[in-house]
Write a protein that binds this ligand. Sequence first.
Ligand code: FES
Length: 109
Amino acid sequence: MSFERVCEASDLPDGEALKVERNGIEVAVFNVDGEFFATQDRCSHGDWSLSEGGFLDGDVVECSLHCGKFCVRDGNVKAYPPTEPLKVFPVRLEGGVVYVDFSAGHITP
Ligand code: FES
């Protein structure tokens, strides 16, 4: 595991998302009631940024292009048209700083 600092927790308010990129890997970080989650930023249905073009409602992000929905906790599809889940990335919150392991993106089994 190789966690990298992405932001201060206070920089990402509840219900908001932030796009971060390391070595070409684009990740969306979400704040859900003070819990932080990270998924691939690109919608699995098309070339669309979920952090910049999505709406977070609780732990579900809705893609604004075709209204697909995903749970940001496990990446699973919550509403079609997407059929493929999102990769999720390990997140750590330490001392008010959010860290993401960009090398460990995976589909939830
Ligand atoms: Fe996201 Fe189609 S691109 S639902």
